[in-house]
Design a protein around this ligand. Structure first.
Ligand code: ATP
Ligand code: MG
Length: 597
């Protein structure tokens, strides 16, 4: 069958990677096929009472609600939700909110909004797979008690200093704590005291009893619980002991019936502990088998930005950018406000695959994804970003009056006739780009200079006759004559040959608009290379604001609508400040990459 080139292409099959290979192998072997799911997170008994899990795999995206998501998180979101989609599974959105101090509802709401905006959903068949780790505090406590009862955990009351000293390092084995041999009864009693608010922060920790001489430091009696007298955003002051991340995370996965727990490479050394903990809790009858398995993949880094939450916060707090959604930031809110589409971000994440090494992608790849998405769909329009008046001095002679308006039209999108035409008028006063005029042209300059003819795109051919300047020698107006019978789309259009075509808008119908011209936030691809302070390489020209004009047809532009401004690039109506009365457009990216060498 002949391929219709207007038909939308099916998404290309995603390239295989080590995670897909593992999942496919497990599905074939039926590794998780006999798994039960109790309809909600729960312990072994809860899941055993439920039916076979209809989801072939379960993954989760587990953000800590302590900041805004960034492009690196998008990688994890696309991987987890994407694999679930591709293999008949379900991906949970889980807030890893086990640390009371840094977490806030504001971030929870922002993360939900950002994941939705990227195009993912956790509602499957009417069930919202949106979970909070803090809802498992009760189980985590019960599991800790069971570990104590099993002789697998003890309350350590060494000073923090001693604990650090006794841990050893890569070359020195650790030393057993003097509290390590406490009886089960004493450990239970002391853990109860920890829980009862009687002890100050840091006075005691509950630790697993494994092996202080293990070559893997993560197995040297890792801490399970610490004392922290702090209000939690979800559980208030119910608890004054909180589980450590490394204890909580595997349990969260197991309670939710996760089959594959995907995390970034720095957790590789934690995997033996992940497995130790879940094996023992399953052995005690608390957690359902088969247990989740952890797999590590490389982080995604983008050149010319930084993605650590702490450093993003510094950029905001120190005023280098204007808030978390500043269009120069790689936060998902920043990228959204800048105008990047969810499709372009997903394409970047999916295109980067999953590998066992951290990857650096050039920022230009994101711009390429954006262009690929918008090229075929963004309506075209003319905009003048740095306006200079052009006066057509013979207009009344040619058209009988200076108030004559010559109607012009242009396709909304040259490859998509079904989108129709844009309409605007040509008058004797138009706005052109300042750099489209040169009093003395350099070699190869084909636009306006005295004696040269150019076409006003979709309009008529004009011949430049000179210019006017102010006292400082700055050009204030360009003068030209219009050549009759040369209107685009009419029989005479080709009678006068020109080498240059310029964009313009007419003074009588153009809309005044502000343009935020964004560029890279840093001048160096790796702002922190060689321990450099990223503040030293901030791009002073990362935001420039200009006042100009757009075509009259944009009077109805809604916030977040995207356009290709001919020859300037892709722009979006700002989602915070744009209005019909005062249009504001952000430049998403230019039409070509100007950064790669
Ligand atoms: P940050 O270092 O920016 O604070 P984080 O890893 O502490 O990020 P979390 O909220 O814990 O942030 O992350 C949620 C998930 O996103 C984790 O599974 C984490 O591994 C993953 N993730 C974070 N940054 C990246 C990245 N650059 N590339 C891929 N995955 C990432
Ligand atoms: Mg983290």
């Amino acid at each position: 069958m002949a391929h219709d080139k207007n038909e939308p292409h099916a998404a290309p099959p995603k390239p295989s990677n080590f995670l897909r290979a593992i999942i496919e192998r497990d599905i074939e072997a039926g590794t998780y096929a006999q798994r039960h799911f109790g309809g909600s997170p729960g312990d072994a008994a809860h899941h055993a009472a439920g039916p076979l899990d209809a989801a072939r795999i379960r993954t989760r995206f587990p953000p800590e609600p302590n900041g805004y998501l960034h492009i690196g998180h998008a990688k994890s979101i696309c991987l987890n939700f994407g694999l679930a989609q591709d293999y008949g599974g379900i991906c949970h959105l889980r807030f890893d909110d086990t640390n009371p101090e840094k977490e806030e509802q504001e971030y929870v709401d922002a993360i939900i909004e950002a994941v939705r905006w990227l195009g993912f959903d956790w509602n499957v068949g009417g069930t919202e797979h949106l979970y909070f780790a803090s809802n498992y505090f009760g189980f985590m406590h019960r599991a800790a008690v069971a570990l104590i009862e099993g002789g697998l955990a003890y309350v350590d009351e060494q000073s923090a200093e001693d604990m650090r000293k006794h841990r050893g390092d890569f070359t020195t084995p650790g030393v057993d704590s003097p509290f390590r041999t406490r009886s089960v009864a004493e450990n239970l009693a002391r853990f109860e005291v920890m829980k009862s608010s009687a002890l100050p922060d840091g006075a005691a920790v509950l630790r697993a009893k494994i092996d202080m001489a293990s070559p893997n430091i993560n197995l040297r009696d890792p801490a399970l619980y610490r004392i922290k007298h702090a209000l939690h955003h979800n559980t208030g002051n119910t608890w004054c002991i909180y589980p450590m991340y490394a204890y909580a995370h595997p349990i969260e996965d197991a309670l939710e019936g996760i089959t594959r727990s995907l995390c970034t490479l720095e957790f590789e050394d934690q995997r033996p502990w992940y497995d130790w903990l879940l094996e023992h809790l399953a052995g005690l009858g608390l957690l359902a088998r088969p247990l989740p398995r952890q797999y590590e993949f490389g982080r995604l880094n983008l050149s010319y930005v930084i993605t650590s939450k702490r450093k993003l916060r510094a950029l905001v707090d120190e005023g280098h950018v204007q808030g978390w959604d500043d269009p120069r930031l790689p936060t998902l809110f920043g990228l959204r406000r800048r105008g990047y589409t969810p499709t372009s971000i997903r394409a970047l994440a999916d295109g980067s695959g999953a590998s066992k090494t951290n990857i650096w992608l050039d920022y230009a790849v994101l711009d390429g994804c954006l262009r690929a998405d918008l090229e075929g769909q963004a309506p075209r329009a003319m905009a003048v970003l740095d306006p200079l008046p052009l006066v057509l001095s013979n207009w009344a002679e040619v058209f009988g009056s200076d108030s004559h308006l010559e109607p012009c039209q242009a396709p909304v999108h040259a490859q998509r006739p079904e989108l129709g035409q844009r309409h605007f008028g040509l008058s004797p006063q138009v706005w052109i780009e300042r750099d489209d005029f040169a009093e003395v042209p350099v070699k190869g300059f084909f636009r306006l200079f005295p004696g040269n003819k150019v076409r006003l795109k979709y309009g008529m051919v004009v011949e430049c006759t000179g210019c006017e300047k102010d006292a400082d020698g700055r050009v204030t107006r360009v003068l030209a004559t219009v050549i009759p019978h040369t209107k685009s789309g009419t029989a005479g259009a080709d009678t006068v040959k020109v080498k240059g075509t310029i964009t313009w808008v007419s003074a009588h119908d153009a809309l005044a608009a502000a343009f935020n011209l964004y560029d890279r936030l840093f001048t160096q691809p790796q702002p922190e290379a060689g321990d450099r302070d990223f503040r030293e390489v901030l791009n002073p020209l990362s935001k420039q604001v200009t006042a100009g004009y757009v075509e009259p047809g944009l009077s109805g532009a809604e916030r977040e609508s995207r356009y290709q401004f001919e020859r300037h690039g892709y722009f979006v109506a700002d989602r915070e400040t744009h209005s019909a009365a005062a249009p504001v457009f952000n430049r998403i990216t230019t039409l070509k990459d100007s950064w790669s060498a």
